[in-house]
Design a protein around this ligand. Structure first.
Ligand code: ATP
Ligand code: MG
Length: 371
């Protein structure tokens, strides 16, 4: 997967830009607050159909403008393609894939694949389970349209079921009559999603430990463990039917607790990943440097899985990654990214010497090619 060109209009501080990229390493450097992360945000937007950092989508529209547009040309193993996105102030969003209007986001996610690392991704290790679920969702949605569809269905059913639980105090009869139907549907989607998440975690763990050990030269081994509401050993998540049954049992035996809590207490919306280093929680015991190495390795692992599943590496977007790493880890990363398309930002371009890279200077939302 190669991102050939990106054109931006009124996106964040970028009034207008048309950037050609090379198919190996592209380094964007410049002072703080010039538009480096903004560019990666626009590229990643084309991959997942939304911003990775704006809580309101319209935030990406340049101050004083009515809309933002991003047009990205990419080449996959088949042919050259285009994704164009337009974001309006009134929250409307238009997406075109090869000039064809897209009405469902699931129809375009996974067409252009990118893996993003940004300093905030340390939160995957440091923060709560929602960050780790988001990591799984972003990665899996780009790989499997069926995963995204199940997740969308699950979230819809969960919303309905939660409403029903909330209304149980006033109307217990309706609750008793209809809750089982919602529980069945929820358990069905939960089992499908759990299977994907379980298999992904296994695959990611393999590459995570490989990259981490090579990167740190150490003997400490990271592990990833998939945690769900289904407690106990011996759960075979690859057996969707039996997992569905287990989720359903859990849901049907918890009505009183759920009515008391006013919400659905069990399901994949409560999933988590345990990230361990030498058997101990990385969140509580790993050093800052180790945590960084784990989060970068996790992103490299994500890229390897995309390659395994689709036959092609995704485009790697590394925001400010070098400033986070010591020399050994930097050198490892430089070696590791050779032969792939990487778009990397930083405040300097010193690390470019050993790479045949395109270097672009960023200033005030403008991009100037240096070599
Ligand atoms: N909607 C917007 N309209 C105009 N400018 C914006 C908008 N949103 C953010 N900006 C500005 O974009 C500028 C550049 O942001 P960006 O995050 O890309 O910086 P950066 O080059 O990555 O800097 P750093 O090295 O500090 O990470 C910031 O000064 C910010 O105020
Ligand atoms: Mg930045």
């Amino acid at each position: 997967m190669i991102c050939n060109r990106i054109s931006l209009t009124d996106f964040r501080n970028i009034e207008s830009a048309n950037i050609e990229l090379c198919d190996s390493v592209n380094i964007f450097y410049g002072n703080n607050a010039q538009g480096k992360t903004n560019l990666l945000e626009a590229i990643y937007f084309s991959a997942v159909g939304r911003s990775f950092r704006a809580s309101h989508e319209a935030d990406v529209i340049r101050f004083g403008s009515d809309f933002s547009s991003v047009s990205l040309d990419y080449t996959d193993s088949q042919r050259r393609q285009n994704i164009s996105v337009r974001i309006f102030k009134d929250k409307r969003k238009q997406i075109e894939h090869n000039k064809v209007k897209i009405t469902k986001i699931s129809d375009v996610i996974g067409s252009f694949r990118a893996v993003l690392f940004c300093p905030e991704h340390l939160s995957i290790i440091k923060d709560g389970p929602a960050e780790r679920r988001n990591f799984l969702d972003m990665s899996l949605s780009q790989l499997y349209p069926m995963y995204l569809r199940s997740l969308q269905k699950y979230n819809h059913i969960l919303k309905q079921r939660n409403q029903l639980i909330k209304s149980a105090a006033d109307d217990r009869k309706t609750f008793d009559l209809t809750v089982d139907s919602w529980s069945c549907q929820l358990a069905h989607e939960a089992a499908i999603i759990s299977r994907y998440r379980y298999l992904y975690t296994k695959q990611a763990e393999k590459y995570l430990s490989l990259c981490f050990c090579e990167m740190t030269g150490g003997k400490e081994i990271p592990r990833l463990v998939y945690l769900t509401s289904l407690k106990g050993d011996g759960i075979d998540y690859t057996d969707v039917e039996s997992t569905e049954k287990k989720y359903l049992e859990l849901l049907t035996s918890s009505h009183e607790r759920e009515i008391y809590a006013q919400t659905t207490l069990f399901g994949i919306h409560k999933d988590d990943l345990d990230i361990l280093l030498n058997g101990r929680s990385a969140r509580n015991f790993a050093s800052q440097g180790q945590q960084r190495a784990i989060s970068v390795s996790l992103k490299l692992a994500e890229g390897e899985i995309v390659k395994d599943e689709s036959g092609e590496y995704p485009v790697f977007l590394f925001d400010d990654v070098m400033s986070e790493l010591d020399d050994r880890k930097k050198n490892y990363l430089v070696e590791r990214i050779k032969g792939k398309q990487v778009i990397i930002t930083g405040c300097d371009s010193n690390f470019s010497d050993s790479l045949s890279a395109k270097v672009i200077y960023v200033e005030n939302g403008s991009y100037r090619e240096l070599k």
